[in-house]
Design a protein around this ligand. Sequence first.
Ligand code: FES
Ligand SMILES: [Fe+2]
Length: 387
Amino acid sequence: MFLSTNHQPQILPRESYCSEEVLQTEIDILFQPSWHAVGLKSELPKDGSYVTFDLFGRPIILWQSDGEVHCFLNVCSHRYCKVRSEDCGTMERLRCQYHGWQFDSTGNVRKIPDAKTFRPLEQGMLGLKKYRAETCGELIFINLTDEGPSLRDFLGDMYETYQEWFSPEMHTAIVMNRTINANWKCLVENALESYHTSEVHPNTFGESPPEEDCQHVLEDRRSALTVDFSQEKSFRATLDKFGHWLVGYQRNPEYRHIAHFPNVMVAHLSLYRWVECVIPVSADRSISIIRLMCHVGKKNSLRRIWNKYLISRWAKTFLCQVGAEDARVLQEVQPGLSTSDQPKGGLISTREERVSHFQHYVDQALKSQPHNHQRNTIPIRYQGKTS
Ligand code: FES
Ligand SMILES: [Fe+2]
């Protein structure tokens, strides 16, 4: 059942979806202190593996060493070249592509070719800028500030649950970064409501679930939806039962979706679980970082090989189609938000109450913190593998 009984007005003004100045304030106040789900451990398969991408104007490198994930600014402390330019690779020690300086897992310089020409140089004088990186199960999160809550505090009582959901026995089915021409809040709001499914996803999700099967939880900086679909008698439900039989896993006909404001969302089905992290690129362009894991059966079982192919293939087809359907309609929302005349309306239904709750969080968070626009003037952009 929904918690509210009346519709809500659109809380955020349309300008807040179109203004670069508002976005810069949001970056400074909402995003900088927060944790971002940027990948899975399987993307760093062995010691020395690294991946690179840009986040809010910073080239970032994630590197695994001694089984731990480290996050650095991908800029060399010699003369500021990007240490690595490849999307991914493997290196025992991080070595800058320009003059070959080498760095260890603390970011300290370990080797400088022709070091005597740099004298006097003290040990530890130069190094890579390091950011916080933490994992929860297979999920990798990074935080661009030194202070602030730990990942455990950020995820709250879901921390242990996510460790279980994203356990090492899960198979990585999708690694996808999708660019969408819409403000980041449109992407989050789209994921917070099921009202659009009948119209936008008629052949994938189909009808929105009935109210009596939905349960909303609205909390400080977080909201959740649980859908009980035990009564569903569709082809999709039959397929789901078949998938569980293939994998040999007990079916739980329940869908859970949790949003950690501002930009991390986690969803769970008994065979699948996925994480989405929305990163703004500009006021009208965003990246959705999506990672999906699925059950494929017990380790070393023969079925696992077949299931990996079958189940991940089905998940890829399904999620890619759903993602494309959402992207298409979101690109039609952005011009409506930036039209010069004030349109009528701006209404949010009780089914969409998680959207109101999210807008209320953004509104209050921006109002409660005095902002100095001089603090961060780096133009934001995200680069990396996108599709
Ligand atoms: S810029 Fe990296 S070694 Fe010179
Ligand atoms: Fe959707």
